[in-house]
Design a protein around this ligand. Structure first.
Ligand code: DMJ
Length: 465
């Protein structure tokens, strides 16, 4: 199995540093929930016999955490089978050296390999993660085990908000399961650094220096580079059974700043969340930002009074805008980014933004909005997606992304991202299930849709307030 699977022939884009089986591990809990017993047993055997964690390469701390650790933890909680827990803990340990920075803000990339192994090969372009000068000067030839560095494309060796801000849920579970407080301490320290740094207009920019703990650039986005940081604030509070009030306050304050500075209405009446570049708005929403309808609805459900109603309306409006981005395309699938400028309304204006890579965010919001409102339109919209996927993305060996959602005969990109099985199909399935299948009362979904149990006991992970 590849990191992501390849329906026919193209090589895959790997961000898992040589770790194999992202599709297998990302899909484990989906197989289990869907009661695909035979496939689940096959995947479990692969984890038991073939999942090798001592591999050299450039692994994304974020991707390994959300896809592998999240997938293994969720499957452990669903099945109680020790193998999933032990692999999650083993992998968690391997990520710890990434936090060895002056501030404790982790770097984005790490080598998971075994000491002494030298089989590392630098990837060829166009992979965007070229070693930074800093890492190269410490180790001019190959990155050693546990060595970490920043993404070559992230400005001035910075770490990315959505990456270091999307560890909290999994790391608290790693501490709880291992009895080792180190994981919880690492993520609580991230929170402390974020608490100290000044937020322009109350907003969180996307790039932070792991050396100084200051922002490197003032680009703010609820889509790519920022997205799941906000998601993990509200979900940390929910997962703690509403005890982690610090996370709730950070979420409330951040959402207030977003409402004030980024939420806009288009000439045609569509509500959207713009991006912010040093005070100037970019009237664009990425597909990734469409998860926010679900997140805001989830937060609203646990608020009271005016705020509850206002946020529920905002969540419904954003979800409806994201639906429009699908409805206004020829394939009824949405583009990677859509704009609200130069006369465009929820459509992609650039050729490079017309693709769809089987992303889940829009159906994710349909699932939350359905569960929280039971308005039938969310199921209708979900069914439109099922039909469009069947029509345009199904290929012989699975499902593929498409290069242009505005073409009635789209070309396939020949890639089935692992999140298609982890998220897109799981959220679609849950949209049509009874509410007690993975009830929102008992589970929070990590950003890769892996369910983690809400802590209904008095347990407090080390470092928790
Ligand atoms: C997933 O890996 C996660 O949802 C992540 O938070 C952002 N994007 C992809 C899917 O689009």
């Amino acid at each position: 199995p590849q990191a992501d699977s390849v329906p026919s022939s193209l090589p895959c884009f790997c961000h898992t540093g040589g770790l194999r089986g992202a599709t297998v591990i990302d899909a484990l809990d989906t197989l289990y929930i869907m009661e695909l017993e035979e496939e689940f047993q096959e995947a479990k055997q692969w984890v038991e016999k073939s999942f090798d964690l001592n591999v050299n390469g450039e692994a994304s701390l974020f991707e390994v955490n959300i896809r592998y650790i999240g997938g293994l933890l969720a499957t452990y909680y669903l099945t109680g089978e020790e193998v999933f827990k032990s692999k999650a803990l083993e992998l968690g340990e391997k990520l710890l050296p990434a936090f060895n920075t002056p501030t404790g803000i982790p770097r984005g990339v790490i080598n998971l390999g075994r000491q002494g192994s030298i089989s590392f090969k630098m990837p060829n372009p166009p992979l965007p993660f070229v070693k930074t000068i800093e890492a190269a000067s410490v180790c001019p030839d190959i990155p050693k085990i546990g060595m970490s560095w920043s993404w070559g494309w992230a400005s001035a060796g910075s770490s990315i908000l959505a990456e270091f801000g999307t560890l909290h849920l999994e790391f608290l579970h790693l501490s709880e399961l291992s009895g080792n407080p180190v994981f919880a301490e690492k993520v609580m320290n991230i929170r402390r650094v974020l608490g100290r740094v000044e937020k322009p207009q109350g907003l969180y920019p996307n790039f932070l220096s792991p050396v100084t703990g200051s922002w490197v650039q003032h680009h703010v986005s609820i889509g790519g580079l920022g997205d799941s940081f906000y998601e993990y604030l509200i979900k940390s509070w929910l997962m703690s059974d509403k005890k982690d009030s610090e996370a709730k306050k950070m979420y409330d304050d951040a959402l207030e700043a977003i409402e004030k500075h980024l939420v806009k209405k288009s000439a045609g009446g569509l509500t959207y969340i713009a991006e912010w570049r040093g005070g100037i708005l970019d009237h664009k929403m990425g597909h990734l930002a469409c998860f926010s309808g679900g997140m805001i609805a989830l937060g609203a459900e646990h608020s009271a009074g005016d705020r509850r109603q206002r946020h529920m309306e905002l969540a419904a409006e954003i979800t409806s805008t994201c639906h429009e981005s699908y409805a206004r395309s020829d394939t009824k699938l949405g583009p990677e980014a859509f704009r609200f400028d130069a006369g465009s309304e929820a459509t992609a204006t650039r050729l490079s933004e017309r693709y769809y890579i089987l992303r889940p965010e829009v159906v994710e919001s349909y699932m939350y909005l359905w569960r929280l409102t039971h308005e039938p339109k969310y199921r209708h919209w979900g069914w439109e997606v099922v039909q469009a996927l069947e029509k345009h993305c199904r290929v012989e060996a699975g499902f593929s992304g498409i290069r242009d959602v505005y073409s009635t005969t789209p070309t396939h990109d020949n890639m089935q991202q692992s999140f298609f099985l982890a998220e897109t199909l799981k959220y679609l399935y849950l949209l049509f299930c009874e509410d007690d299948v993975l009830s929102l009362e008992d589970w929070v979904f990590n950003t890769e849709a892996h369910p983690l149990p809400i802590n209904h006991t008095d347990f407090k992970a080390a470092g928790q307030p």
